[in-house]
Design a protein around this ligand. Structure first.
Ligand SMILES: Cc1cc2nc3c(=O)[nH]c(=O)nc-3n(C[C@H](O)[C@H](O)[C@H](O)COP(=O)(O)OP(=O)(O)OC[C@H]3O[C@@H](n4cnc5c(N)ncnc54)[C@H](O)[C@@H]3O)c2cc1C
Length: 326
């Protein structure tokens, strides 16, 4: 491992300044992703700014939303009474991720900003435009089983691996950010970006911007929800495809719906056209099949991930059936 400096400021502004003024500095929270990447030589920050002394662990009501601090642990969020009552989809998504030990270390902010699990990003002997811009994309013509079917570019076909983020995008969450130019709010759907010509940029965050919290608005999605994750092992594995589904039902009629796919694109993939199609329809398997067909419009596979063109709609149908029956 390379040498690096380590600081642990107790003031938010000091942490922001430390990263904003040094292009080689990174925030570190639980460290479960960043330290792995440093050990493998994928990332080599020269300074780590540990944010664990900042007061960002609270989960509290804020107007019509639950505000979850960026340092609230994944396990704390999933066990929180208010989150369980108001946002069961988020609880299911968090508990589908990683292992209990990891969720005891992983933070809300760190989870959103974890980096792709594309094997070409992790293997420093291989080309990867995300790790080293301009070197090419090893996955394009390589082994691309786990890769994107939506929103990719010829520079990068990696997917975003976070389960929690799939629920947050479906639930219309907003990310609270503090940076060198002040505070701002980012709709969750705009936090992560598509690769385009600059796959090295995962998000729309500016240098030195610190995530301080996420607001999850109250909604009617407290009962008929499902986070359905398909993976190669029953636990401790990233998704091949996942689907988040939340329904507001009036008897068997769908009043409104929130839907998203995970592990199909460079960002959590919100399915607004399919949501709109569901409104006013009966909550039947036939309706869910139609919604899945809408959700898959524009999907395109590579040599080894054609199975996702079948797996993704079936995962969404299963999530919708489970949500309706909940
Ligand atoms: C074996 C294994 C299996 C896993 N399986 C899954 C899985 O199935 N599903 C899943 O979703 N995840 C999975 N994970 C990933 C895990 O959820 C993430 O590693 C974790 O959530 C990252 O959170 P952290 O606090 O440790 O982040 P860190 O490692 O501390 O940070 C990650 C990134 O976020 C930045 N950062 C952290 N906090 C902030 C902040 N507040 N503001 C700005 N930048 C910040 C850091 O600079 C860094 O770039 C797995 C991990 C491992 C090791």
């Amino acid at each position: 491992m390379n040498q690096f400096n380590y600081i642990r400021p107790s003031k938010q502004q000091a942490a922001i300044d430390a990263v904003a003024k040094d292009g080689n500095a990174k925030f570190i929270a639980g460290g479960t992703n960043l330290v792995d990447l440093m050990k493998r030589g994928v990332m080599a920050p020269q300074k780590l700014v540990d944010i664990n002394r900042l007061p960002l662990t609270k989960i509290e009501r804020q107007g019509n939303a639950l505000r979850i601090g960026a340092l609230a642990l994944n396990s704390t969020v999933a066990d929180d009474r208010q989150v369980r009552e108001r946002q069961p989809l988020l609880v299911q998504a968090i508990n589908a991720g990683a292992s209990a030990q990891l969720r005891n270390m992983a933070t809300t902010g760190g989870n959103m900003l974890q980096r792709t699990r594309c094997p070409y990003f992790y293997d420093t002997a291989m080309p990867c435009n995300k790790r080293e811009p301009g070197t090419g994309c090893g996955a394009l013509e390589g082994i691309n089983r786990m890769h994107a079917i939506f929103g990719f570019s010829d520079k990068c076909i990696a997917v975003h691996p976070s389960d929690m983020s799939v629920a947050l995008v479906a639930l219309d969450a907003t990310v609270l950010v503090s940076g060198p130019k002040g505070d701002r709010r980012i709709p969750f759907t705009d936090l992560h970006r598509l690769p385009g010509d600059a796959p090295e940029k995962d998000t729309t965050l500016e240098p030195g911007e610190l995530i301080t919290a996420v607001d999850v608005p109250d909604g009617p999605f407290t009962k008929h929800v499902s986070y359905y994750k398909v993976r190669e092992r029953a636990s401790y594995a990233f998704a091949l495809v996942s689907a988040a589904a939340a329904l507001d039902l009036d008897g068997t009629t769908i009043k409104s719906a929130r839907l998203a796919f995970g592990s199909v694109a460079h960002k959590p993939w919100r399915l607004t056209a399919a949501e709109q199609m569901l409104v006013g329809k009966p909550a039947t398997e036939e309706t869910f099949r139609q919604a899945a067909a809408v959700a898959m419009q524009g999907a395109k596979a590579f040599k080894h991930n054609e199975y996702k063109l079948k797996l993704a709609p079936n995962t969404l149908i299963q999530a919708l059936k489970t949500a309706a029956a909940a």
